[in-house]
Design a protein around this ligand. Structure first.
Ligand SMILES: [Zn+2]
Length: 320
């Protein structure tokens, strides 16, 4: 059954509740009928704490994200901190996440690309972030490479992995990639230009794009690993997350998926396999699929493109 049809079926779900069908049975039947796997996914947010924007202040952004996570009963989330972003208010915002029960990971100090700088330069920057993050009580030992760039060549990739391991870090990989950052940039640009923003349509588009990405990489995993791994969703600590996280969390659950802790996700066996390839930019599932012979062109979802998203935003008339 195509996804659009399955969504229509879900739209009618209240009818089935009233008919006395238990939700869990309904979701199982639905998954069987649609071929949609009821998977597990953890949420992660990069680049925290991000600067205030034309849409909202950084403080309001953090408050909204925490509220959405709490109301959505998300058991934990990882905020990958770029420590050079920390200003006075930023420090308070990171503490807010920690006090709310969420965890921080290392996303480097200056957001350098490991594909563009030497192993030494990259590591001294990562170490600087490591020292700064020690001030916060609730860090988890995961390092996420900026831009998901893992190193200039295989020697550099291996050297960086082992140096980070010496510092106690595991790889904070993602499995589901997307261009949420571009949707956010389009929103901020439209706001600055004084355009009218249809937040309803923008929220629907955001959820749809993120969900399509999850389905795309889950499908690749099933084809190449023979199973759905515990996923890690890449998001950013941005305005679209603050605005539409409640909608996204509702959608993930409505589709029968569970939101798990990042720690549970990183306990999946794929955490132990760093594929011997240079292609890591689309996440761990894509890298594994590539190591098994799938071409990189088949490992990038159509929506991971600025032109595609511009067309989508234009045809939905999100900004007027
Ligand atoms: Zn980043």
């Amino acid at each position: 059954m195509p996804l659009t049809l399955s969504i229509l079926v879900i739209g009618k779900s209240n009818y089935y509740w009233k008919m006395g069908m238990k939700k869990s049975i309904f979701v199982l039947l639905l998954c069987a009928a649609t071929g949609i796997n009821a998977g597990d996914i953890a949420l992660s947010f990069d680049d925290a704490p991000t600067a205030s924007s034309a849409v909202m202040s950084g403080v309001d952004r953090t408050t909204a994200i925490i509220k959405a996570l709490k109301e959505g009963a998300v058991p934990d989330a990882l905020f990958f901190v770029t420590t050079n972003n920390i200003q006075i208010k930023g420090r308070e915002r990171l503490n807010q996440y920690v006090q709310a029960g969420y965890h921080l990971g290392n996303h480097s100090h200056a957001h350098l690309s490991a594909n563009k700088v030497s192993v030494n330069d990259f590591m001294s920057d990562a170490y600087q972030a490591h020292l700064i993050l020690k001030a916060y009580g609730s860090t988890e030992p995961y390092f996420r490479f900026p831009y998901l760039h893992y190193g200039q060549n295989k020697e550099a990739v291996n050297a960086l992995q082992s140096h980070l391991a010496e510092l106690g870090y595991s790889n904070g990989y993602v499995t589901a990639d997307n261009f949420d950052w571009y949707i956010n940039a389009a929103l901020v640009k439209a706001k600055k230009a004084g355009k009218t923003i249809d937040y309803e349509r923008l929220g629907d588009l955001y959820v749809d794009v993120i969900w399509q990405g999850i389905m795309f990489y889950d499908d690749i995993a099933i084809k190449t690993l023979g199973r759905s791994p515990k996923h890690v969703l890449l998001l950013h600590e941005n305005d679209v997350a603050a605005l539409f996280l409640p909608k996204l969390i509702r959608h993930i659950k409505k589709m029968g998926w569970n939101i798990i802790t990042p720690k549970q996700a990183y306990a999946d066996p794929i955490a132990k396999i760093i594929p011997d390839v240079l292609f890591h930019k689309q996440g761990r599932v894509a890298a594994l699929a590539h190591s098994k012979g799938m071409p990189t062109s088949a490992l990038r979802h159509a929506s991971e493109s600025q032109e595609y998203l511009d067309d989508l935003l234009n045809s939905a008339q999100v900004f007027k």
